[in-house]
Ligand binder design. Structure first.
Ligand code: GLN
Length: 483
């Protein structure tokens, strides 16, 4: 089946003329039609645009254009702006909003010839770990539809796992590409802060937000990252560093690679099968010639409280612009103040309101020093833990999440339990460094487990090389959900 190809395989077949972009797009659109009623990975399917783009890709190829993503069907998280295509960030407050411009990361994919299949479901403004906070209903996990796909980029993860896209973009502020990829048995990479432009990404927490990529192999991640990485004059936080050739970094050789295993990432209360699978994956890296050693990241326990002060603080400021006047539906009440109150009161969901209140409190006069400023200082300590670790090791291997995918509804009323599903991903976001996840096993219920590989800022090549070497030796990433 065409939908079973990996991105890299599809590239080769398109290049060889064995398949057309139109056939590939049609196969994916058909699969989307068949599975969407069960999964709800997409908020918008752009069928006509996709077919047009695919025809265009076939025409370009006939004219000897060989752009890397020519004809590759991809899904885009609905927090990334797409000109002319509704973009909601999973929020009712942006219902019906059609952006006048396209996010740089998306534009770069389109310029490289990619075919956008649609916009994927997300927790509202990317706040959540299950997509249950979407204003448009939850996405379901392709491995077990009674379970969450993770979040906030749950739609993108589910779409790639269920063969409803060859790859996808998501965003990661505290784990939102890594955690859902782990829950859905696919691969994802959160680049270093500054590696990919945030222009056109609807801001949640600006010092943490980063566009990430999903695929069914590390090799696919390398292709997608290569297409979107690099400086953008429209985002002053994007680094003026040229993007390396990530695919060229995949040598298959990790002999001598120093892999650190942080003791703080194996904690009481985690699912024993997750620990077993991750330790077995680390043994596999050793068998491939890596030098594994124990390390410590002593401030790990503060990542959760630090993140839940900094991210809501930044969110409370970023979300002030959604007032019913400039974008989305307006609940007009005569006086402007009442209009703001009615619009925001009705259209924001409970988690978004919780974060706005938390953040506004942490930033308020008298509490700023005690909460926000203190959190920033501890963030530096967390970053210094990594600096020290990376003086000794090249990458860090750890679980991506403490458990496999939980049941829909299981944590929906318990914010803290929900927040805890990101304990292993938050630190890399706070430190602005690279974090990737690859499938490394399954639990007794047949749910996927993820191995997280963390690397120093801007060392995506080494992280991808380790992930790819692991996948050359194992087959976990080739398993498909029983749909
Ligand atoms: N789950 C975390 C949160 O709710 C991280 C979300 C994200 O990375 N966007 O904030």
């Amino acid at each position: 089946m065409l939908t079973d190809l990996t991105l890299s395989e599809a590239q080769a077949q398109l290049h060889a003329g064995a398949i057309t972009a139109v056939a590939l797009a049609q196969a994916h659109l058909e699969r989307i039609r068949a599975l969407e009623p069960d999964l709800h990975a997409y908020l918008t399917v752009t069928e006509d645009l996709a077919l047009q783009a695919a025809e265009d890709a076939d025409r370009r190829r006939a004219n000897s254009d060989d752009s890397p993503l020519l004809g590759i069907p991809l899904a885009i998280k609905d927090v990334l702006m797409t000109r002319g295509v509704p973009t909601t960030a999973g929020s009712r407050i942006l219902e019906g909003f059609v952006p006048p411009y396209t996010a740089t990361a998306v534009q770069r994919l389109l310029d490289a010839g990619a075919v956008m299949l649609g916009k994927t479901n997300t927790d509202e403004f990317a706040m959540g770990s299950s997509t249950e906070n979407s204003g448009y209903g939850p996405t379901r996990n392709p491995w077990d539809v009674t379970r969450v796909p993770g979040g906030s980029s749950g739609g993108s993860a589910a779409a790639v796992a269920a063969r409803m896209a060859l790859g996808a973009l998501g965003t990661d502020t505290g784990g939102s590409v890594r955690q859902p990829a782990s829950f859905c048995g696919v691969c994802a990479l959160k680049p270093s802060y500054g590696r990919v432009s945030r222009y056109g990404l609807i801001a949640f927490a600006s010092s943490l937000d980063q566009v990430g990529v999903f695929g069914r192999s590390a090799a696919d991640l390398a292709v997608l990252l290569g297409a979107i990485a690099g400086h953008d004059p429209r985002d002053s936080t994007s680094m003026a560093l040229p993007a390396p050739d990530y695919t060229a970094a995949l040598t298959g050789d990790i002999r001598g690679l120093r892999v650190g295993v942080p003791r703080e990432y194996f904690v009481e209360g985690m699912q024993p099968e997750v620990e077993e699978a991750v330790r077995a994956a680390i043994d596999q890296l050793a068998a491939l010639g890596a030098e594994v050693r124990a390390i410590s990241l002593p401030h790990t326990e503060y990542a959760l409280p630090v993140y839940y002060l900094i991210a809501p603080s930044e969110a409370s400021a970023n979300l002030a612009r959604f007032d019913g006047v400039r974008y989305g539906p307006r609940d007009a009440q005569g006086a402007l103040w009442s209009t703001y109150k009615a619009t925001r009161g009705r259209s924001f969901g409970p988690e978004v309101k919780r974060r706005i209140m938390l953040g506004t409190y942490a930033l308020s006069a008298g509490y700023y020093d005690a909460y926000y400023l203190k959190a920033q200082k501890v963030r530096t300590l967390i970053k210094q833990d990594f600096d020290r670790a990376f003086a000794e090791v090249d990458v860090i291997a750890a679980p991506t999440t403490p458990t496999t995918a939980f049941r829909i509804g299981e944590k929906a009323d318990d914010p803290l339990a929900m927040y805890l599903s990101d304990v292993f991903t938050l630190s890399a976001s706070l430190a602005g460094i690279v974090g990737a996840t690859v499938p490394c096993g399954f639990d007794g219920g047949g749910l996927p487990i993820g191995l997280q590989i963390i690397g120093p800022a801007f060392d995506e090549p080494t992280v991808l090389r380790a992930a790819d070497a692991y996948q050359r030796a194992t087959a976990w990433h080739t398993r498909r959900p029983p749909l």
